[in-house]
Design a protein around this ligand. Structure first.
Ligand code: SF4
Length: 490
């Protein structure tokens, strides 16, 4: 097999300006893998990545295998910015993996875009990763690798895999050896000559599902993706989720599965925030449609923390289903109070503008006639630093709201996440350092209430099968730092 051809290496200074980053928790990535002979897999991968764009907007990439060669195309920017029709046509082949990225470790620069390619043995492989490893320093030290901030945890895994393959074992076996030593969260797709592997960590922190092209009796191809809408959009049929610790390997001849890593003791630990905020509402996770669970959160929140009001509205997008549920359960009319601009790409803020206000106002604008003189119940999914929420409340008051009663469909966010979500350290988490009354005063709402953990678990109906460490401080897998008490950095 020949060496890979990087057909495009555009480097742009994209989003280095921290004013771009909203003060909300961020999803870490979306991954796709497709094997489908006779189809244009690059166009299918494009559509699937497009459906996963919400999981990361910093960079996008694909790697294909064709004519004994792996070709990687990746760049900073949205999927639609990175891939032109001519590029997709050039990415021929029947095996492809794809990635959309939001960085939680490593740099947000072009060099951290994925898939990551490594040559190894007589050929090479490419990796696309969603998650975050928690023992990178120890792994790098053990292997004598200098792990700098310019490297991502995916680079490190690629390097460790390449060493095993160079030592003479197959990539599939190398995955078993290397991933058994890693800790943290990973849903990964790996492309090698004529084969794709999809692996999920033993806790199943990040989602990964399997779909099929064609009839069950005679499949015409296979797809794995972070969320089920990526299957819908390419006309594939959902088959099942990849199990925690499982590796599914796909060739043109079909699929095989092995339990590569022992599942963690006890139950699966899917991230609870996939239900609250990250996943698309039309995604199915462990048999539950996300939109339905968000409505139930709103219903339970209303039963728990109603208020006298004229209108229930949600903060777009993920606050809206919970607001619908709140309105239904409370009998208070549901309405829209904020319009979201969905077309935010690369933007600049004038030096004369207040950065924070400009960031929020560029994204959200009030519907004055719905708001003026009204007592509002405003449902949002979470409060992290609180500064964005404060701007939203101010915006609603400026538009004439008489009262603003905030209702949050997740409990107070008290602890940082180490499993693939970008969260501030504990010092910057509003709830970690303030009472609800203090938070209410800081944000400027009339009242502030959070759903209880019991009600959130009840809405999701998967008690014990979700990680909720950022809410409870009970981390199911090892953390990379020693956690301190409230007020400490961690
Ligand atoms: S700590 Fe929180 S954000 Fe991170 S995986 Fe667990 S539930 Fe999700």
């Amino acid at each position: 097999m020949g060496r890979p051809v990087i057909v495009r290496e555009c480097r742009s200074a994209f989003r280095d300006d921290d004013t771009y980053r909203e003060e909300r928790v961020k999803e870490a990535c979306g991954v796709v893998g497709i094997v489908a002979a006779g189809r244009s897999v690059s166009h299918l991968c494009y559509d699937a990545l497009y459906a996963l764009q919400h999981r990361g907007q910093e960079s996008a990439g694909m790697a294909t295998f064709n004519n004994q060669q792996i070709t990687v195309v990746k760049d900073n920017g949205l999927v639609s910015h990175v891939f032109a029709e001519t590029t997709l046509r050039a990415l021929a082949g029947s095996h492809i993996i794809g990635h959309t990225r939001y960085s939680t470790s490593g740099s947000a620069n072009w060099t951290a875009a994925q898939p990551v390619y490594r040559s190894a043995g007589s050929s090479g492989f490419a990796i696309a990763h969603n998650g975050n490893l928690t023992n990178t320093t120890a792994l790098a030290d053990e292997a004598g690798i200098q792990f700098t901030s310019m490297l991502s945890d995916s680079d490190l895994v690629a390097e460790l895999l390449a060493r095993e393959v160079d030592a003479g074992i197959s990539l599939a076996k190398a995955l078993g050896v290397v991933l058994a030593r890693t800790e943290g969260a990973f849903s990964m797709v790996i492309l090698e000559a004529g084969e794709i592997h999809a692996v999920r960590d033993p806790y199943g922190f990040r989602p990964l599902c399997l779909g099929r092209f064609g009839p069950a009796e005679q499949p015409e191809g296979w797809i794995v993706a972070s969320e089920s809408p990526a299957l819908d959009v390419v006309g594939a049929t959902f088959v099942r989720e990849i199990n925690p610790g499982e590796m599914v390997s796909i060739t043109e001849r079909g699929i095989s599965s092995e339990q590569l890593l022992e599942p963690a003791e006890g139950k699966q630990k899917l991230c609870i925030f996939e239900f609250v905020y990250f996943a698309r509402p039309d995604t199915y996770l462990m048999g539950h449609q996300v939109h339905t669970t968000r409505r139930r959160m709103g219903e339970l929140l209303a039963a728990q923390s109603n208020a006298h009001a004229d209108l229930v509205m949600g903060v777009p997008d993920s606050g809206v289903p919970a607001a619908e549920g709140f309105a239904k359960a409370s009998g208070i009319p549901f309405g829209y109070g904020l319009v979201k601009n969905r077309y935010i790409g690369r933007t600049f803020i004038s030096p004369d503008q207040d950065k924070r206000a400009a960031t929020v106002r560029r994204k959200l604008n009030p519907l004055r006639e719905n708001i003026e003189g009204q007592r509002l119940i405003v449902v949002d999914d979470s409060i992290v630093r609180g500064t964005t929420t404060r701007e939203i409340v101010k915006m609603l008051r400026d538009a004439g709201a008489k009262e603003v009663h905030l209702r949050i469909s997740s409990p107070p966010f008290m602890n940082p996440c180490f499993y693939g979500i970008d969260t501030p350290t504990r010092v910057d988490l509003l709830a970690a350092n303030h009472t609800t009354a203090e938070m209410n005063a800081f944000i400027g709402s009339d009242t502030l209430e959070f759903i209880t953990l019991a009600n959130l678990r009840s809405a999701i109906q998967l008690d014990g099968e979700c990680c909720d460490a950022c809410l409870t401080g009970s981390y199911p897998a090892p953390t990379p730092v020693v956690l301190g008490t409230a007020g400490s950095r961690w």
